[in-house]
Design a protein around this ligand. Structure first.
Ligand SMILES: NC(=O)c1ccc[n+]([C@@H]2O[C@H](COP(=O)([O-])OP(=O)(O)OC[C@H]3O[C@@H](n4cnc5c(N)ncnc54)[C@H](O)[C@@H]3O)[C@@H](O)[C@H]2O)c1
Length: 445
């Protein structure tokens, strides 16, 4: 099939690359000329394991191409994916400006029956808005071309996006049209070989499924973070509690790791958007409001622990931050906990040495210049420890899992670790002579 993907970010690029891998002819479109020029040269805008080789191979074989011209991409194409951003507006609602702009552009280029697939995360009722926008554009053109709008939310996880797309748990397709249903079934057949993973429903159900999934995962995280605070106050080790409750299959082990808050481009914005969606229909989703509030507070927990340990004035002190990305496997810094922590440290007068295996370039772009004056971007994790008063673990990259504690001790001024992801064994650290502060396990040795 010939496909056009509009919006070549995390979702658009992974979607386009993986469909091209199955033998479809895919054109990815973006308005960001620099991004498209780089992709044409084989330079990817994001770090995502396994993505580069799929992109490069399929470009070489002629299955995948990049352009800034939707007109060019649309020639002979009948399937259009919308994968542009839906950032939060000031009131928390999902901003549909880009989605509706693209709907208008699609309406102006389609030549024949087309299926317009919405992959962006959008509020309930957006497929109807896209439909109305395309219809309006066709009316202006004076044509009556048939089309269907399908809601096909994306569930990939950054850091494992390629694998998630190629081997999805489920494929949600929202449509009332048999014609579109059949086309989507054919398109997704290669990803649904070992069992039928496609769940058909109407567009509104599909739109809501995406928000409900993210809200559930965010709730699990905030729940466990709240339990971790209780544990700390009660002198209970939250890691024992995590294992104790995770072994119950009704609860499960995933998404109950205490930490310093969730980040990224999805959970924070989608929880906020769902709260707004509720308010707009006269209902206040109190649980979700609290999930978001707990997360905001959680991002401050590690900084508060540092201030409690060293005092409010950190002038003359140096801290090491290991990990900048919002989670391992990605260079995405959007809403990362490291941002909040670094601001707290810098505002209190500290200098900060940072190291992340892939997000350093992104961090230089996103951290304000004024803050960067107090930040040293180190070449490796150990160089970042030079004369440090404490080391703070923010992202649980594998490289930080089993560090050489002796080497750390030889480099640091004070042997103190703030473990924002509960990666280390406090007993092992105690033996190595370190003072340990974890999340929900304030075991000062
Ligand atoms: N990132 C994720 O892990 C993830 C996962 C599932 C769903 N989503 C959802 O998918 C959507 C896209 O997210 P993302 O992270 O890929 O965003 P992104 O910001 O990485 O990419 C969006 C791209 O769209 C481009 N764009 C904007 N307007 C355009 C236009 N008129 N024509 C062509 N290109 C245009 C931008 O230049 C940008 O490159 C969002 O709704 C998001 O919530 C994201």
């Amino acid at each position: 099939m010939k496909l056009t993907i509009i919006g070549t970010g995390y979702v658009g690029l992974v979607t386009g690359a993986c469909f091209s891998e199955m033998g479809n002819y895919v054109t990815c479109v973006d308005i960001d000329r620099e991004k498209i020029d780089n992709l044409k040269k084989g330079i990817l805008p994001i770090y995502e394991p396994g993505l580069e080789s799929i992109v490069l191979n399929n470009c070489k074989e002629g299955f995948l191409e990049f352009t800034t011209s939707l007109n060019r991409a649309a020639k002979g194409c009948h399937v259009f994916f919308i994968a542009v951003g839906t950032p939060p507006g000031e009131d928390g609602s999902a901003d549909l400006t880009y989605v509706l702009e693209v709907a208008q552009q699609i309406g102006s280029v389609i030549e024949d029956y087309s299926v317009i697939v919405d992959k962006s995360t959008v509020p309930v009722g957006t497929a109807d808005k896209v439909n109305a926008q395309v219809r309006k554009t066709l009316e202006v053109r004076g044509t009556a071309i048939e089309f269907d709008v399908v809601s096909n939310p994306e569930f990939l996880k950054e850091g494992a996006a390629v694998n998630d797309f190629l081997k999805p748990d489920r494929i949600i397709i929202g449509t009332d049209s048999n014609r579109a249903r059949n086309l989507m079934r054919r398109l997704y057949a290669p990803f649904s070989k070992n069992r039928d993973k496609i769940l058909f429903m109407n567009t509104k159900d599909a739109e809501m499924t995406k928000y409900a999934a993210n809200a559930m995962l965010a709730t699990k995280i905030s729940f466990m973070n709240e339990i971790s605070i209780l544990c700390e106050r009660l002198g209970v080790d939250v890691e024992s509690v995590r294992k104790g409750i995770g072994s119950d299959p009704r609860i499960g082990y995933s998404f109950i790791y205490p930490g310093c808050g969730y980040g990224g481009s999805c959970f924070p914005k989608d929880v906020k958007a769902l709260v707004k969606i509720g308010r707009d229909v006269g209902f206040t989703p109190r649980l979700l409001e609290t999930v978001e509030e707990r997360n905001t507070l959680q991002k401050q927990v590690l900084g508060d622990k540092v201030l409690h340990r060293f005092g409010q004035d950190l002038t003359g002190r140096t801290f090491t931050v290991w990990g900048l990305a919002f989670k391992p496997g990605t260079d995405d810094m959007r809403e990362a906990s490291s941002r909040v922590l670094i601001t707290t440290l810098v505002n209190a007068g500290a200098r900060v040495n940072v190291y992340d295996p892939v997000a350093m370039k992104q961090a230089r772009k996103e951290i304000p210049a004024q803050e960067q004056e107090k930040i040293h971007f180190a070449q490796d994790p150990y160089l970042a420890l030079d004369n440090a008063d404490a080391c703070l673990l923010l992202t649980e990259w594998k490289i930080f899992r089993q560090p050489d504690f002796k080497k750390m001790a030889s480099l640091m001024k004070h042997w103190i670790i703030f473990d924002g992801r509960n990666q280390y064994d406090p007993d092992e650290l105690k033996e190595a002579g370190f003072e340990y502060h974890g999340i929900g396990r304030e075991l000062v040795c």
